[in-house]
Design a protein around this ligand. Structure first.
Ligand SMILES: Cc1cc2nc3c(=O)[nH]c(=O)nc-3n(C[C@H](O)[C@H](O)[C@H](O)COP(=O)(O)OP(=O)(O)OC[C@H]3O[C@@H](n4cnc5c(N)ncnc54)[C@H](O)[C@@H]3O)c2cc1C
Length: 262
């Protein structure tokens, strides 16, 4: 099986600020980590290749320092990694990001399965996985919690949604986005971690993947971030009710009533 796992590098902290000019997250000087959901996507790819043979390519679109995240992907089991890096891709929204990633997947060629994490913990849109499937014209299953059956022609998966679970039979090639329920990522072997530090990281440009730059970057993004603002910190004060259950209950009712603005 030829599997591509999409890996995003994200701020390793919630203490981030937004550039008032560009309205974009200030990433300089902020610790970066692999998007937590993508570790589960990577593990699922490695498990499938252990079962069916084949290779896992970890693909990331981002600034040069996303190489660190790709070295981690090598340590966790990826056979190959590719960094998609080009100024023409900077500031891409989810439509432009999924377009560029789909062009890179076409360039890799003969891919059977693309696995993404459910969502990225910074943009939080969960749109890139389904976006890649749309650009490639492939079937997709999002929020996959269990891979029930797999062979070269297709997969049977369980996916979660608000109203419960679905069992989906999906023909390959396809795109999945996965939840943390799907597996338990392994700890990287020391030998792999040491080797990942020396590995050559291929860097692909927009022209190398034949991406139409009118569809990438800020200019190619239909989404415009118009304003960004930090939500006002809520005035949180905690009340500890120590009395008897009945006493505390009536105390709680009094407090709640006092807060309801009629
Ligand atoms: C605070 C904030 C709000 C934003 N709001 C929007 C918005 O409303 N609309 C919009 O279009 N854009 C938005 N963006 C931009 C958006 O974050 C980027 O387009 C981003 O590249 C992809 O979207 P996401 O982070 O929501 O990823 P998601 O769609 O949540 O990511 C899902 C999965 O896709 C894969 N993936 C995502 N990005 C990459 C990547 N760069 N390389 C490899 N794999 C990847 C990973 O497997 C990831 O688990 C926002 C960015 C920020 C920081």
């Amino acid at each position: 099986m030829k599997i591509v796992v999409c890996i995003k590098q994200v701020p390793g902290t919630t203490n981030v600020s937004i550039d008032p000019e560009t309205k974009r997250l200030i990433r300089e000087g902020v610790e970066i980590v692999m998007n937590p959901f993508d570790a589960y996507a990577l593990e699922e790819g490695v498990l499938l290749c252990e079962k069916h043979g084949g290779e896992v390519t970890a693909l990331s679109m981002g600034p040069k320092r996303a190489e660190l995240t790709l070295r981690e992907a090598l340590a966790y089991g990826a056979d190959r990694v590719i960094l998609l890096n080009d100024r023409a891709l900077g500031g891409s929204d989810t439509f432009a990001t999924s377009y560029a990633l789909s062009q890179a997947i076409r360039k890799i060629g003969d891919v059977d399965l693309v696995i993404c994490g459910k969502q990225a913990i910074d943009g939080d849109t969960a749109q890139v996985g389904p976006g890649i499937a749309a650009h490639l014209g492939w079937p997709q299953a999002a929020y996959v919690s269990r891979l029930i059956k797999s062979d070269d022609s297709g997969l049977t998966v369980e996916r979660m949604h608000e109203a419960g679970n679905d069992i989906c039979i999906i023909k390959l090639p396809a795109v999945l986005t996965v939840l943390k329920d799907i597996n338990t990522p392994r700890m990287p072997a020391l030998k792999r971690r040491l080797a990942s530090g020396k590995a050559e990281i291929p860097v692909w440009s927009a022209s190398f993947i034949k991406a139409d730059t009118a569809k990438t970057g800020l200019d190619g993004s239909p989404t415009r971030v118009v304003t960004t603002r930090k939500p006002a910190a809520r005035d949180k004060h905690t009340v500890i009710l120590n009395g008897s259950a009945a006493g505390s209950a009536s105390e709680l009712v009094k407090i709640l009533k006092s807060r309801i603005k009629l």
